[in-house]
Structure formats: C-alpha cells, structure tokens
Design a protein around this ligand. Structure first.
Ligand code: MN
Length: 259
C-alpha cells in the first residue's frame, strides 16, 4: 500500500441498513475513502455462498453506498469485478460490524467472515469485525478505528492477503489478545413442529454453550473480557490426515491404470 489515503471496501452480512455497518463506515472513514457494497437484506449464516441461479439486483442508496440482493460473497465479487462500484482495486476490505460474535466454528457459517475471505482469496487484505449487539457504539467505533489503523500501518510495509477475524468484548476494553479459532459449541437442537396444513417442519440450531473453551482461543479471550484477533488461513489442506489419504490413494492405485 502506498502513502496515499487507502481505498476501503466495506461490506457485511446483516444488510446495508444494519447499525453495525454504519458504525464500521464511520470508523473506516476516519482512515480512508470508503465505499459500501453490502447485501440488501440480512444474509447471516450464508457462509461463502454465491448466487449463480438468478440475476443480482443493485440499488444505489446514496453516493458510495450500494446494496446487492445477494450474499456477502456476491457483494465482494461484484465490487471487485464490476467497474462501476470502485474507482480502483481496494487497499483493504472490511466486513461487519457483525451483530454478535463470530467465534470458533462460527467462522465456517459466518457471512461476515466469508466476505472478508472472498477478498483475501483475491489477494486483498481483509478483516471481519464482530461485537455483541449491546456494545457501546461510540466506544466500538473508537476501537474499530484503532484496529483498522494498526492494520493499515502494517500494510504500509508489505501488502499481504492477510485475513483477520476480530471480535470485541461487551465491556469497553481495548486490551486485545491474538488467538486461535476455538470451538464455540452450540446446543445441537432440532424443534419439529406442524404447520396449519398438517405438514411437519423443523427449526434447527441452538444457543451457545458457555464454558469449556481452551486457553488461547478466541472464545476464551472474549469470555475474559479481551478483544480477540485471529489470523485465518486460506490453505485448508490437513497435513495431519495426509497419511490416511495417502494410504487410500495407494490402495486405489495398486490395480489401477496409470493415467
Ligand atoms: Mn450477521
């Protein structure tokens, strides 16, 4: 990143109208030029889905604030590859501030994290940001400004496709720990019901189960009242299970033809 004012793409998964994205826009505007391209409606837990089976509609709400009736990943894809949204490739992509934490296995379900990952996959540094719904807005904007400034400072030395997952605690503390992804165990809950026409349907997904988070994880830091910052990897090959895969490949190849 050069010394010029950074161009920052802001998105989220709670929708363009959410309070969290306006807080993030305010914070980011203090350190860069901000353009918002966010989902028209809430897209929480859409993970990294992209929309391939229907057209995507665009609304320009005001100058530099756009919404797309798709997923968070759709928004980043369109912002990066359709020329009308950004004057140039952004220096940074920020996603959030999500209404509620994205800790542990939530990084797999989260649209907030996926939007940031979509940018990182294209070589653009990105940060997902999440906070409890009842966090103090002005304090949060202050802390977000600080964490984004600190990242921009790092990027002045070398622009890397770093993907960071940041969670803020409920209390207005800026003490921050670097963490690894925890477990964030949810109750595994299925509620079967019957609709007025006599057909059965289900609600899935339970509440977070408190406690039992190991030291050093994101959820543990949050439980202690710290902010948490986790560097996420794009590489998802498991070297831990390489030997199992190699054994299967060897068995398959014993009597197989060489390609
Ligand atoms: Mn959300």
């Amino acid at each position: 990143m050069s010394d010029r004012r950074p161009l920052i793409l802001v998105t989220n998964d709670d929708g363009v109208q959410s309070p969290g994205i306006s807080s993030l826009r305010r914070a980011a505007s203090r350190v860069g030029d901000v353009i918002v391209v966010a989902p028209t409606r809430e897209q929480s837990a859409q993970s990294h889905a992209i929309t391939l089976d229907r057209p995507l509609r665009h609304i320009e709400h005001e100058t530099n604030i756009h919404s797309i009736d798709g997923t968070p990943a759709d928004c980043v894809y369109l912002a990066l590859f359709e020329r009308r949204f950004l004057p140039r490739r952004p220096d940074l992509v920020l996603s959030g501030i999500n209404r509620g934490h994205n800790l542990g296995t939530s990084v797999f379900y989260s649209g907030t994290v996926a939007a940031a990952r979509e940018a990182a996959m294209r070589g653009i540094p990105s940060m997902a940001l999440s906070a409890p719904p009842d966090a103090d807005t002005e304090q949060l904007i202050e802390h977000v400004t600080q964490v984004v400034s600190a990242l921009i400072e790092q990027l002045r030395a070398a622009t890397l496709p770093v993907l960071l997952n940041v969670n803020f605690p409920r209390a207005a503390s800026r003490a921050t720990r670097v963490t690894r992804v925890g477990r964030q165990v949810y109750e595994e809950q299925v509620i079967p019901r019957v609709d007025p026409n006599g057909r059965e349907y289900f609600w899935i997904g339970g509440r977070v189960m408190e406690g039992s988070e190991p030291e050093g994880t994101d959820a543990h830091a949050i439980a202690l009242g710290y902010a948490s910052i986790t560097p996420l990897a794009l590489e998802s090959t498991s070297m831990e299970h390489w030997a199992i895969a190699a054994q299967i490949a060897q068995n398959m190849s014993l009597e197989g033809d060489m390609p």
